[in-house]
Design a protein around this ligand. Structure first.
Ligand code: GTQ
Length: 356
């Protein structure tokens, strides 16, 4: 009997078959979390590293000077969760990154320094601390720093998701047209729209222009490319006397102003306020999350791990791990910015959420 089983296994293997009974544990026991762990990256460790990187790694070494938040449980060292990639970019005064586009949805979010900007589909978006800049999949974008000190920002991309689907593609062959109408390759975009164009179109909230096509570039994401921190903070503060979410306190989602949905097809972006003394209840979702603390201090409990965060610290919550937040040791409000892959999970009918 054993000999027959062995010969079946051999014949199967040598013809690229495998019996389910040989590997049933791998199939039925497939982990929801794939080894990703909750993890906190502290700014007081990251900032000196970024300073050293800015002094010693040139843009000749890489087009973009980026340090990735590499989840210690990840097989691929550039994955922060199963679907999200979190990195920190630094640009010295006068530097630019060449225009490109990709099949990943991307965002950025300034932590340090003035003068950083991204040009997206011809709109220049100067960024201040806490502003959210979106470069949805298929939008041409280039970056730069026109200030007098280094600028540091956080990038969040859905790269692990797109890579796992084997559809990741980066393009650098941007061109414009010359006077004769012939293609003219360019390393940065000509700014063709006024600064504030996104805000002029969509900044009123509840009012959108009825005289334009809202599609910008090849993007299926939001046509509003920049969301100002001052607006988000003021909106949170107007709601501070409400109860809020039992799991997240006062939390707002950045949405596509045209349809009220998530700003990209795969990822949703949030900002939340935890008031002094606030302690949320635990829950878990099949979505994973990346967080960055903007202001204040607090703690997030993820499974058995305690993440103690302050300004500019970043952390991740792998999917399906119970988590809760608290702001108990401080007298200031705490503000957390977060990204999740919930829109992906919802579209695939894989989204689940439960108290934990
Ligand atoms: O700055 O556009 O970390 O395209 C990875 C890919 C940053 C960017 C990253 C990118 C960018």
């Amino acid at each position: 009997m054993a000999a027959v089983k062995e010969s079946i296994a051999e014949r199967a293997a040598s013809n690229s078959f495998v019996g389910l009974w040989e590997i049933v544990q791998q199939v039925e026991g497939a982990q929801l979390q794939k080894g990703f762990v909750p993890y906190l990256w502290k700014w007081d460790v990251l900032k000196p590293l970024m300073d050293e990187v800015s002094a010693n790694i040139t843009l000749e070494d890489a087009d973009r000077r980026v340090v990735i938040m590499s989840n210690p449980g990840a097989r691929h060292k550039h994955h922060s969760t199963n679907t999200l990639y979190l990195s920190c970019s630094i640009y010295n005064p006068g530097e630019t990154a060449p225009v490109h586009r990709h099949t990943s949805n991307a965002s950025r979010f300034v932590l340090h320094g003035d003068g950083g900007y991204t040009v997206i589909e011809g709109e220049k978006c100067p960024m201040s601390r806490g502003d959210l800049i979106l470069t949805p999949a298929g939008t041409w974008h280039d970056h730069g720093n026109e200030g007098s000190e280094p600028v540091i920002w956080v990038d969040v991309l859905d790269l692990p998701l797109v890579e796992n689907l084997a559809v990741s593609k980066f393009e650098f062959d941007y061109s414009e047209v010359d006077d004769q109408g012939a293609p003219k390759p360019a390393s940065v975009q000509t700014v063709s729209l006024p600064v504030g164009h996104s805000y002029n179109l969509y900044g009123a909230g509840g009012l959108i222009p009825a005289f334009i096509d809202h599609k910008r570039g090849q993007s299926a994401g939001t046509p509003m490319f920049i969301y100002r921190w001052a607006d988000a903070k003021a909106a949170l503060q107007r709601l501070r006397d409400m109860e809020g979410s039992p799991y997240d306190g006062i939390i707002l989602e950045y949405v596509n102003p045209v349809n009220g949905k998530a700003v990209t097809t795969t990822t949703a972006f949030f900002v939340q306020m935890l008031r002094p003394g606030e302690r949320t209840q635990a829950h878990r979702q099949t979505a994973s999350f990346a967080y960055c603390c903007l202001e204040g201090h607090g703690r997030t409990f993820v499974g058995d791990t305690v993440l103690e965060w302050g300004p500019n610290d970043m952390f991740v919550i792998p999917n399906w791990m119970p988590h809760r937040h608290e702001n108990l040791s401080s007298t200031e409000d705490a503000f957390l910015y977060s990204v999740s892959d919930a829109p992906t999970m919802q579209k695939l009918d894989l989204y689940r959420e439960e108290p934990a």
